[in-house]
Design a binder for this molecule. Structure first.
Ligand SMILES: [Zn+2]
Ligand SMILES: [Zn+2]
Length: 136
């Protein structure tokens, strides 16, 4: 998302954009972004700064760290970015920083659900789907 900085004033303005997830190359071994990344950004000038309130939502196929199954989640992240106006040219380009934030906020051990039972170390069964007869 790119904005002419002269169009940003004290009065907040909102811009929305959908980006094809594959163009941002965010996929890792554990996470696959599917569909679109939806950005909603509110820009405003505060003194010598430009403050951007970002809300980004995306569908992600994640691999659960306990049971190793993939599940699809619709996740929304909200955060602020700020830019020093004197260091910008004519245009403000926010994509890079948003992409960074999305990577930083990703939990190290994602779960398909909070009470995921995981995989039995004895027989390898997915305990969410079936019971096993191993002794504890
Ligand atoms: Zn799981
Ligand atoms: Zn078992």
């Amino acid at each position: 998302m790119r904005l002419d900085i002269n169009s940003i004033n004290e009065e907040p303005i909102t811009r929305e954009e959908s980006i094809k997830a594959s163009t941002w190359g965010l996929d890792t071994h554990e996470v696959e972004f599917t569909g679109e990344i939806n950005l909603c950004c509110e820009f405003r000038k505060i003194d010598k700064e430009i403050l951007v309130k970002v809300s980004v939502s995306s569908l992600r196929k994640i691999r659960c760290s306990r049971c190793l199954q993939f599940t699809t989640k619709d996740l929304t992240q909200d955060f602020y970015l700020s830019y020093d106006k004197s260091k910008l040219g004519q245009f403000l380009e926010v994509d890079d920083r948003i992409r960074e934030e999305m990577l930083l906020e990703w939990p190290m051990k994602p779960l398909c659900k909070d009470d995921c039972k995981g995989i039995c170390p004895g027989c390898g069964k997915n305990l969410n789907l079936e019971k096993c007869t191993c002794k504890k």
